[in-house]
Ligand binder design. Structure first.
Ligand SMILES: *Cc1c(COP(=O)(O)O)cnc(C)c1O
Length: 425
């Protein structure tokens, strides 16, 4: 066994990890008597131990105050979502008024398309990436149909070049240079869920804007994974879920960013509900809608406080760790994973995620070159490794810098090597 894959090596790496204390702030699932090697934070992040405290706080306030919990208690419910605002704005580098936590991801994509998909006879296409997350594709397709257009013509899916796994930004630009006049909206991921490719959101936003289209992003795999500069990247909107890298719990309340230039623009269409109404006069219960001059104007209902509490707990952890420190560790952790695979498994595993660290987050997508990849996956799963399988031949692995260790990565690679049936011992 080479030094790189030795226990001594990971002990040294983990000891030098500036963020090592953060692992204790999460509940790590177990497999028998051992802790799992949990590399599935791209699917469902782990529970911050503080989540239980904040959920109980809501239950206690409800028990003690009933309806008065809206105004009483440590964290009253009426402004509860506001306790998340600054933490969210810090995390994605936006102004506080540009972000709001509400609903869930696909719902928010629809709400954003109500505002930013305004098709006309000449300009009604939506550009997405081929192989987009199915929910996004369903949402986009149904919006096109809702407006009376034909998805066969209006839904454009840009694919990587033949023989390549990832789509080039220059090819998106070329499409906009050619056909941009027909495009109403670009909807792209920040980090692609399958390949792990990170896109240059500033560059794609520019390409869309130069062609007169809006630019929106799905950041389900980007927020909490890579540094986001949403305001400066100049996109029109972005949506993300909070239960993947953000560790906000299953079905957690999701996040939305809307660029400041749209917040005071009365021509932006929007669906309305009472929680988007001016706070000072909301409870006058009058018939006329007056929008809050922030992303909060897009809120419809009073929020689900119980599923917002764990998001608050998680955002506090992110604030304590700092995205810059997280990213620094993430580069090392995923770099170590890449190095181990390259030195030990290159003949059996092809990494489809970009090799340039600028253009990926923590996830590596591993294509099993030969044999039954699904069996390999099931084999490592039975040994306490949690990662995921995506048809037809990809294992996605996401070491999360908040709670994963270099030893987790080492154990994963050794289990994978055993499963591939060719341990070099
Ligand atoms: C996880 C994920 C979703 C999930 O959508 P929900 O509305 O939260 O169920 C949608 N899109 C992308 C790109 C995702 O990664």
């Amino acid at each position: 066994m080479s030094d790189l894959a030795s226990r001594e090596h990971t002990v040294a790496l983990d000891a030098a990890d500036e963020l090592k204390g953060f692992q204790d702030r999460f509940a790590i699932p177990t497999h028998g008597a051992q802790m799992c090697v949990y590399l599935c934070g791209n699917s469902l992040g782990l529970q911050p131990t503080r989540a239980r405290k904040l959920v109980n706080e809501v239950l206690d306030a409800w028990q003690a105050h009933g309806v008065h919990g809206h105004l009483d208690g440590t964290r009253p419910w009426l402004p509860y979502h506001e306790f998340l605002t600054n933490l969210t704005a810090q995390l994605v580098n936006s102004q506080p008024r540009e972000v709001v936590n509400m609903n869930t991801l696909t719902v928010n994509l629809h709400l954003m398309m109500v505002s930013f998909y305004r098709p006309t006879a000449e300009r009604h296409r939506i550009v997405i990436e081929k192989g987009a997350f199915p929910s996004d594709r369903y949402a986009v397709e149904s919006q096109i149909v809702l407006h009376g257009y034909d998805p066969a013509e209006a839904l454009v899916e840009l694919a990587p070049r033949a023989g390549e796994d990832c789509l080039r930004e220059e090819d998106v630009e070329a499409y906009f240079a050619r056909e941009g006049g027909k495009v109403a909206l670009l909807l792209f991921p920040g980090v692609q869920y399958y390949t792990g490719q990170r896109f240059d959101m500033a560059r794609l936003s520019r390409a869309a804007h130069q062609a007169g289209a809006f630019a929106g992003f799905d950041l389900a795999h980007a927020v909490g994974n890579v540094e986001c500069r949403l305001h400066d990247d100049d996109m029109d909107f972005a949506c993300w879920c909070s239960y993947k890298y953000l560790n906000g719990g299953p079905g957690a309340v999701a996040g939305v960013f809307i660029h400041e230039r749209h917040l005071d623009d009365p021509t932006v269409p929007r669906l309305h509900g009472w929680w988007g109404h001016d706070k000072d006069t909301r409870f006058d219960m009058g018939p006329d809608f007056k929008a809050i001059p922030s992303a909060e104007a897009w809120q419809l209902s009073n929020p689900p406080i119980l599923s917002m509490a764990p998001v608050l707990a998680s955002l506090e952890v992110f604030s304590d760790a700092g995205m810059d420190r997280l990213r620094m560790k993430s580069l090392k952790l995923t770099g170590y994973l890449e190095q181990l695979i390259d030195t030990r498994l290159a003949d059996r595993i092809h990494i489809i995620t970009p090799r340039d660290t600028n253009w990926r987050g923590c996830q590596l997508s591993l294509r099993v070159k030969a044999g039954d990849g699904r069996k390999v996956f099931e084999n490592i799963e039975a040994k306490g490794v949690v990662c995921d399988w995506r048809e037809p031949d990809v294992i996605r692995v996401a070491p999360a810098p908040l709670y994963n260790t270099f030893e987790d990565v080492r154990r994963f690679v050794l289990r994978l090597e055993e499963a591939l049936g060719a341990s070099k011992g």
